[in-house]
Design a protein around this ligand. Structure first.
Ligand SMILES: [Zn+2]
Length: 281
């Protein structure tokens, strides 16, 4: 999956650290990030290329290389310089599926943080400008002392099975047109298992039982932690589609599952797991 970068290691421990010339720099604006694409390879600017452009804050370490956020002193100059060097503000999803995978994944996690800092410049309680804590990964309001930590949104993905069949669906209206699984964010006050029951009922009208945890995946593009489950159909297999959410939901026999060897996403990994482990279902 996207986060499987071994033998490389992404260190997410908070530190105060100064950048070195080979370290990587990340700068995002809304849903876009400065990057360069060399065919299927993704490159982030280096500290050596950016050191005159502003101030830097340590975010993460990929093996021995730091990843720092750029706070430009002059945005126009910064954009000019990075553009001259061949970098471009591109949609965050360009990291998905790019090589080397460890840089694509680390950069997307770094984007999770830059996006958090960019969208939280002022205290929501009193309106003062936040300061970065010098003790932990947090923003602190100097006036009312509110502490704000990077947010992670829990969401579940569920593969609904019925013997040798699995329910595959397509999202309505999204850019993503391949077969997927039922998914949704946890609402306040519910367990993640309750999220599974609720979303399955809302999107397909089906009931499920024997919910079994499979694995999880950090999904930095939407600041999420995806929690994956298998669940068995309980009762009627008749699907009632919520067409605002899904455009299609169909039962596929194991041998008819559309072939897709990319296991970057948890969804595809789960579909592939169902296909290759008939003894478990
Ligand atoms: Zn405040």
């Amino acid at each position: 999956m996207f986060q499987d970068i071994a033998p490389h290691v992404l260190y997410n421990q908070w530190e105060v650290k100064a950048p070195q010339s080979g370290d990587m720099i990340i700068y995002s604006q809304g849903e876009k990030v400065f990057m360069r694409l060399d065919g299927e390879r993704v490159v982030l600017p280096s500290y050596g290329e950016c050191k005159e452009l502003g101030e830097f804050r340590f975010l993460l370490k990929l093996d021995e290389k730091g990843i720092f956020m750029l706070f430009p002193k002059n945005e126009v100059e910064m954009v000019e310089k990075l553009t001259l060097l061949g970098y471009e503000l591109m949609d965050k999803f360009n990291f998905r599926g790019k090589a080397p995978n460890e840089i694509a994944f680390a950069a997307s996690v770094a984007f999770h943080l830059t996006s958090f800092y960019e969208k939280n410049k002022y205290c929501g309680a009193c309106g003062s400008a936040y300061r970065h804590s010098e003790k932990e990964r947090a923003l602190i309001c100097p006036k009312c002392n509110q502490h704000l930590y990077p947010r992670i949104n829990p969401a579940m993905i569920v593969a609904i099975t019925d013997g040798d069949r699995i329910l595959l669906s397509k999202y309505a209206g999204g850019y993503y047109n391949r077969y997927a699984l039922v998914a949704g964010y946890a609402e306040i006050g519910e367990t993640i298992e309750e999220t599974v029951h609720r979303e399955v009922m809302e999107e397909t009208g089906l009931k499920v039982k024997n919910i079994r945890y499979f694995t999880s995946q950090p999904w930095p593009f939407t600041q999420s932690l995806l929690i994956g489950f298998f669940a068995e159909l309980d009762g009627s297999p008749e699907v009632t589609l919520d067409d605002g959410e899904l455009s299609v939901a169909e039962w596929f026999k194991r041998e008819d599952i559309p072939k897709d060897d990319s296991t970057l996403s948890m969804t595809k990994t789960m579909i592939e797991y169902f296909r290759t482990h008939p003894e478990e279902f």
